[in-house]
Design a protein around this ligand. Structure first.
Ligand SMILES: N[C@@H](CCC(=O)N[C@@H](CS)C(=O)NCC(=O)O)C(=O)O
Length: 362
């Protein structure tokens, strides 16, 4: 301590910095070299966190969060000999109201009027040690819809039924085939394409497409950067375990939002003149941005409410599109993030604000 005060150019800052660092196993303050001190004062927060306990290790050694690839990539088709043939009542969707990826699939199921064609189960908002689960005996959590197909208590049971050797994460959404007792697909971007066309025979909106052929390449192009910078970008910022990884992903999030903001300056929808899959995919992140990502994932460079008027107007348009607002469960969204990620929020305090009022006419 004495050394710090004698040699440091900005003693008070260094003192605060050193005291705020997590314990550094091999250093005692008395033996800190001048070089170490100056590194710390210049970039105290740039620690790489390699010494963190395993519970904090969500990211790779470079501090970057990397999302695993989905394992089940089957396709439902109308072909008579298809393994997964389109049939009413045969498939079941497992989702979380909280999850932005699952949210896409709930929206497309609703927009295509497939509620009576494809069943739905909804997990509890808490993602705990055993992964997603349904209500425990005695619980009656609003919004949870039990699994009447497999009677599962934990979502992982489905993954093991589908593949006893499964070793990945137990993610939502899951599209389940009751006939073969297996998972068809657990990748939301593919599930929404399946729901968009495969069940048109029984859909209340046959022929309506959110991935029109004439806009397909533009939609793909927008999806690519929106996924990287915004949808997954907020997770990469929020789950980063190094300052460097956080800062670079944070910057990408706000570059992405700026790009969307200027795109929406003189158009109603992201691509072409129609509401498409690109809008749906971006929107499930935007609706979570102010109440969750801004605070919980430290994406605090601005809010949709105050800093992105075009995105806000567009978000209201989407929300007010028939059948969409019913897919938003802010209680599940907020409780899931703030109460499940105890590494980020150990006391599980859930902030008050639900984000902007999206029901205001635009
Ligand atoms: N690529 C997947 C990602 C799905 C995903 O990561 N879902 C999260 C919830 S938002 C999940 O279920 N995580 C559980 C876990 O990782 O244990 C998709 O888009 O369908």
């Amino acid at each position: 301590m004495v050394l710090i005060f004698r040699y440091g150019p900005r003693p008070a800052f260094i003192f605060k910095t050193v005291c705020s660092l997590r314990p550094v196993k091999t250093h005692s303050f008395a033996f800190l070299s001048l070089k170490t001190l100056s590194t710390m004062s210049a970039g105290a927060a740039k620690q790489d966190n390699k010494d963190l306990a395993p519970i904090f290790k969500w990211a790779s050694n470079d501090g970057e969060f990397r999302r695993q690839d989905s394992s089940f990539r089957g396709v439902v088709s109308r072909e008579p000999n298809a393994t997964f043939r389109a049939e009413p009542g045969r498939y079941h969707l497992y989702v979380s109201w909280a999850c932005p990826w699952a949210h896409r699939t709930v929206i497309v199921r609703a927009l295509k009027g497939l509620e009576d064609v494809i069943g739905l189960s909804v997990v509890h908002y808490l993602l705990g040690d055993g992964g997603w689960r349904f209500d425990l005996p005695g619980e009656k959590t609003p919004g949870v819809v039990p699994d009447t197909v497999n009677e599962a208590q934990y979502l992982r049971e489905l993954y093991f039924k589908a593949d006893p050797e499964y070793s990945g994460r137990y993610t939502v959404p899951v599209l389940w085939d009751k006939k073969h007792g297996t998972i068809v697909n657990n990748e939301s971007s593919e599930i929404i394409r399946i729901l968009n066309t495969a069940f048109d025979e029984w859909s209340t909106a046959p022929g309506v497409t959110y991935y029109p052929k004439d806009l397909a390449s533009q939609i793909d192009e927008v999806n690519t950067w929106v996924y990287d910078q915004i949808n997954n970008g907020v997770y990469k910022a929020g789950f980063a375990t190094s300052q460097t990884a956080y800062e670079s992903n944070y910057a990408k999030v706000f570059d992405g939002l700026a790009r969307v903001e200027s795109l929406l300056a003189n158009r109603k929808w992201l691509v072409g003149d129609r509401f498409t899959e690109a809008d749906i995919r971006l929107w499930t992140t935007i609706v979570r941005f102010d109440p969750v990502y801004h605070t919980h994932f430290k994406c605090n460079g601005g809010t949709i409410t105050h800093d992105y008027p075009n995105i806000l107007r567009w978000a209201r348009q989407v929300y007010q599109t028939p059948k969409i607002k019913e897919t938003v469960n802010m209680m599940h969204i907020k409780r899931h993030y703030y109460m499940s990620h105890i590494q980020i929020n150990p006391y599980r305090i859930v902030p008050e604000w639900d984000g902007p009022d999206l029901d205001i006419k635009v």
